[in-house]
Design a protein around this ligand. Structure first.
Ligand code: ADP
Ligand code: MG
Length: 329
């Protein structure tokens, strides 16, 4: 990513260019621009996605990340995009580019991580590719299916409530704890969320099947960055309430990080793989019941508006200029 930045080509401007070069074919329900590409076969929707994990960009062994967590996380990151549309992940293909002399033991650990994720999420590994490269690169392609209509980033409507699942900022805090070499058992929860993210498959599926959400995305670039993708695709704005972002959960971190840093973890952290979705106001009680059924922390944090992005803090309305997080360890 650093190289891309120096050439003034951000990930998102590159995607925009590709999108212009390859406009959607009419057989495609959704092409470039959402969490997955969607193709309809008979009555069923097939969801396709692909994700890279590159050494030095998405993971770093030297800060204390272990190979089995890297394998596990690579799979979860890939299937998270299927969950973000309300689908069920079924199949994965794994491409492995390994440095020459990559230790057998490390390969076994990596594979153990793949296997753990495959088992836990009921997936089938149906293929892949192996070659060598200077740096370890794991690319995972995932395929999902669903019969109800997928939820797109583009469906948010003025007046919708904005929700997110789980806790924001935990994985980014985990990464910073590892990078700074902080040793404190109380902080293990943050590291664990960074190494082994939770995804909300059953909740996302039922939310979609029951037509409760108008738009949805998974958080990979940070809450504000990913909410902005919904806003852009839906051509709407949002107003957020600062009180919806719980800082109490970060009390053990205050010894090591400033309030400003913690706020940055929450709003721009990334790597969460939790869901952001929007829904009509009258669906609120059904949505909270569903979250309770699956035992999922759920937060309602704002409203979809006509345009702009604002945060209400101490009764003040602050304009937010979102910047999307680009991965660099
Ligand atoms: P996510 O964070 O959900 O994985 P990305 O930000 O990586 O999504 O990608 C956004 C959209 O751009 C997706 O629809 C993705 O398929 C598409 N995209 C990303 N890179 C490319 C590429 N090299 N060629 C075509 N489409 C791409
Ligand atoms: Mg995504």
């Amino acid at each position: 990513m650093k190289k891309e930045e120096s050439k003034k080509l951000s990930e998102f401007s590159l995607i925009e260019r590709i999108k212009e070069f390859f406009p959607n074919n009419r057989d495609i329900v959704k092409g470039i621009g959402d969490d997955c590409a969607v193709i309809k076969v008979g009555r069923e929707y097939y969801l396709y996605t692909i994700d890279n994990m590159v050494e030095g960009v998405h993971f770093d062994i030297s800060i204390g990340m272990d190979y089995s967590s890297i394998g596990y996380k690579a799979v979860v990151r890939a299937i998270s995009d299927i969950v973000a549309m309300g689908g069920t992940p079924h199949f994965i293909l794994i491409s492995l580019l390994m440095p020459k002399g990559f230790a057998k033991k490390n390969f076994s650990l990596l594979s153990e991580g793949f296997r753990e994720a495959v088992k836990q999420h009921n997936l089938s590994l149906i293929g892949g590719d192996i070659s060598s490269s200077k740096i370890l690169t794991i690319t995972i392609s995932a395929i999902g299916r669903m019969t109800s209509k997928p939820v797109f980033r583009s469906g948010a409507k003025k007046g919708d409530d904005i929700y997110y699942t789980g806790y924001l900022g935990f994985p980014r805090a985990g990464l910073e704890i590892l990078k700074r070499g902080i040793k404190d058992k109380k902080l293990n929860i943050y590291i664990e969320t960074f190494l082994r993210p939770t995804i909300r498959t059953d909740f996302g599926k039922e939310l979609t099947k029951r037509g409760l959400a108008n738009s949805m995305i998974d958080i990979s670039d940070g809450f504000l960055g990913d909410l902005s993708h919904i806003l852009e695709e839906s051509k709407v704005g949002a107003i957020l309430n600062n009180r919806g972002f719980d800082r109490e959960l970060f009390k053990d971190l205050r010894k090591y990080f400033s309030e400003k840093e913690i706020d940055d973890f929450i709003f721009n952290g990334g790597d969460e793989y939790e869901l952001i979705f929007t829904a009509e106001e009258e669906k609120s009680s059904k949505i909270f019941q569903l979250a309770k059924k699956y035992n999922i922390p759920l937060h309602k944090v704002g409203k979809i508006t006509e345009e702009g992005l604002f945060l209400i803090k101490d009764s003040k309305k602050i304009k937010i200029i979102p910047h999307s997080f680009e991965h660099t360890i």
